[in-house]
Design a protein around this ligand. Structure first.
Ligand SMILES: C[S@@+](CC[C@H](N)C(=O)[O-])C[C@H]1O[C@@H](n2cnc3c(N)ncnc32)[C@H](O)[C@@H]1O
Length: 270
């Protein structure tokens, strides 16, 4: 079988699972053969060995069962960075890049020095901020595997970040005074939401936050005396905007849109 033939069968197979089946087919071919996409295109008429073609079809079946491509290739992309990712850790979304832009603007405007990323996952937000500012950055998560992957990603980019395991502000309570800005893309999906089988392969404690998806915000701001004087920027789901106005009644809350025109982020000074 040639590369062209396997590319075509893969692409046709993946059409039912993905809108970008051609790109995914090339990424899978590249993942299994270790060849770059450009090289594969140049070798389209060459024969692919049987072991690789069997492995590729096996992975295509996994992909068709709803397993995200990023968990198969163990790579994801965020803010121009290629990050490691593994099954069990949330896959960063392109919308969240705008949260990083908002944080970097505020850091520059207010000359902020220390940032905490709560629920850091793969470390995507923390690493993008550390590499694009002079801030000292901390990242926390309740999930051991997320901390491990975040540390690996930070090391890959020489980003000096301290990652700590634990819920909400608990891991940093000894030096909370030091922190100027808290950023977070927390779990904010309603438990009754109808999610695709692909999204459901991601860890549920990264996604769900109660009936209305607002449990994280409620708990986070419950003891806001700890946050006095700090800036907070978080991501949320558009239908939660009135809940957030109510939860953040204590301060001036501002809302911002994502790149698709949806209201998606808020800033509040506690
Ligand atoms: C939606 S994911 C975001 C991950 C990453 N910040 C990103 O944007 O790609 C939410 C993350 O918050 C973590 N998490 C959930 N509840 C938490 C809590 N109470 N305290 C700290 N982290 C939490 C999850 O383990 C998950 O990694």
């Amino acid at each position: 079988m040639t590369f062209r033939e396997i590319y075509k069968s893969l692409r046709d197979l993946l059409r039912s699972a993905s809108e970008s089946a051609g790109t995914e087919a090339l990424l899978l071919l590249s993942h299994v053969t270790g060849m770059t996409k450009e090289r594969i295109l140049l070798c389209f008429e060459d024969q692919i060995d049987d072991i690789s073609s069997e492995r590729i079809l096996e992975l295509a079946r996994l992909r068709l069962s709803g397993f995200p491509l990023q968990y198969i290739t163990k790579k994801c992309y965020f803010y121009g960075l290629e990050l490691d990712i593994e099954d069990g850790v949330f896959i960063p979304r392109v919308e969240t890049e705008v949260l990083v832009d908002l944080a970097l603007d505020l850091i520059e405007r207010e000359d902020l020095k220390t940032v905490l990323d709560v629920g850091t996952g793969s470390g995507a937000i923390a690493i993008a901020i550390a590499l694009n500012s002079h801030c000292k950055v901390y990242g926390t998560d309740i999930h051991e595997k997320a901390i491990y992957i975040a540390q690996r990603n930070a090391k890959k980019y020489n980003a000096e970040i301290t990652f700590l395991k634990g819920p909400f502000l608990e891991p940093v309570k000894g030096f909370l005074k030091e922190i100027d800005l808290v950023v977070s893309n927390p779990p904010y999906v309603s438990t009754s939401a109808n999610l695709s089988k692909e999204v459901l392969k991601e860890p549920s404690n990264a996604l769900f936050a109660g009936k209305e998806g607002i449990d994280f915000y409620r708990k986070f701001f419950a003891d806001r005396s700890l946050l006095k004087g700090k800036d907070v920027i978080m991501e949320f789901s558009p239908e939660q905007v009135d809940h957030l106005r109510e939860i953040c009644f204590f301060g001036k809350i501002s809302f911002f849109h994502d790149q698709f025109g949806k209201i998606r982020f808020f800033h509040v000074k506690v």
